[in-house]
Ligand binder design. Structure first.
Ligand code: MRU
Length: 324
């Protein structure tokens, strides 16, 4: 698998995540192309969006400056609203603009490098925490959506924890929700777990809570798109039912995310903008309409898990227990 996102000769090369499990790359050379790629989920996952935003500003800074660059930055940051990392990546690169295009590129590359290091630290810290909470035996883990190498620059957050545990021989299996409507679980997490040889089963989203209730899972580990100041967590739609089920079953619900996903400026989950996507993502499956013409759809892309259901948020720097 190529790296999720790379800077090559002034352009951005992305693994096209709409095509997975087929591996294809897409090169974008303008901010308009990048905004389109972000909206279509060619590049997705909060930390990868932060990297894309930062490199997008590096691309724009080669030809634009001042108010024009700032307007472009605002447009890029607004391409998707829920993952805070996109706006964070854009503003970090933009802050370097007074130093010229090379300084902007250096700031953007630093966003990528820091994410790669953060993911490894999160993976190790999360693995240690799960050993404390669940014991040293091989664990049965449940995850949702894709919080792996393809959602970051490399290694992953929730799947970074899985990778760290797997390297220590401490994963019995992973249950991966398929993650309707765009199937990031089957198409992306499935690819990543298969590539590293982790035993896994993909389940329909509706099966997740009852699999937990049947005692088949030791812990839930997910990523996040934004963590509010009070510890409420926005993540892919379908995360909240897993948190409810984990709480009921008395197993840990762990959120693995870099510090850049923690948003002190958003007081709580109610203040997080939840992206609404096209109804056809729900109504059309494999190119065929699966509902009557008269049926409408509601397609929120994320949900909010309240802080009191979160056992811990694991970052590169700390283990935060918002419920305490
Ligand atoms: O719509 P997506 O695929 O961008 O949603 C991604 C998620 O919800 C991930 O779980 C989250 O961004 C964490 S990625 C490390």
């Amino acid at each position: 698998m190529p790296r999720t996102i790379e800077w090559v000769d002034g352009r951005i090369v992305l693994v096209d995540q709409t095509a997975l499990p087929e591996v294809r790359q897409l090169t974008v050379g303008t901010v308009d192309e990048l905004v389109d790629a972000i909206r279509r989920l060619v590049v997705r996952g909060a930390p990868a969006l932060g990297a894309a935003g930062a490199l997008g500003i590096a691309m724009a800074a080669r030809t634009l400056s001042g108010a024009e660059l700032e307007a472009t930055a605002a447009r890029l940051a607004a391409a998707r609203p829920t993952a805070v990392n996109l706006a964070v990546g854009v503003s970090r690169a933009l802050a370097a603009a007074p130093g010229g295009p090379d300084a902007v590129l250096a700031a953007a590359v630093a966003v990528l490098d820091e994410d790669a290091a953060a993911c490894r630290a999160i993976g190790n810290r999360g693995a240690d925490l799960l050993a404390q909470l669940c014991g040293e035996q091989p664990l049965r883990l449940h995850t949702h959506c894709n919080a792996g190498a393809l959602a970051t620059t490399e290694w992953g957050t929730a799947l970074g924890v899985v990778r760290s545990l797997h390297l220590a021989g401490r994963v019995e299996y992973v249950v991966a929700d398929e993650t309707r409507p765009l199937l990031q679980g089957s198409r992306i997490t499935g690819v990543e777990l298969a590539a590293i040889g982790v035993p896994h089963r993909i389940v329909v989203d509706g099966a997740g809570p009852s699999i937990i209730a049947r005692g088949l899972v030791d812990a839930v580990v997910v990523g996040a798109d934004r963590v509010a100041a009070n510890g409420d967590v926005a993540n892919k739609i379908g995360t909240y039912p897993l948190a409810l089920a984990a709480s009921r079953a008395g197993i840990p619900f762990i959120v693995a995310a870099p510090e850049s996903t923690l948003d002190p400026d958003t007081a709580d989950g109610a203040a997080i903008e939840i992206e609404e996507r096209e109804p056809d993502e729900v109504l059309v499956v494999g190119g065929a309409k699966v509902a009557p013409e008269s049926s409408e759809a509601w397609n929120p892309a994320f949900d909010v898990t309240p802080a009191d259901l979160v056992t811990a948020v694991v970052t590169e720097d700390r283990v935060w227990r918002p419920a305490e």
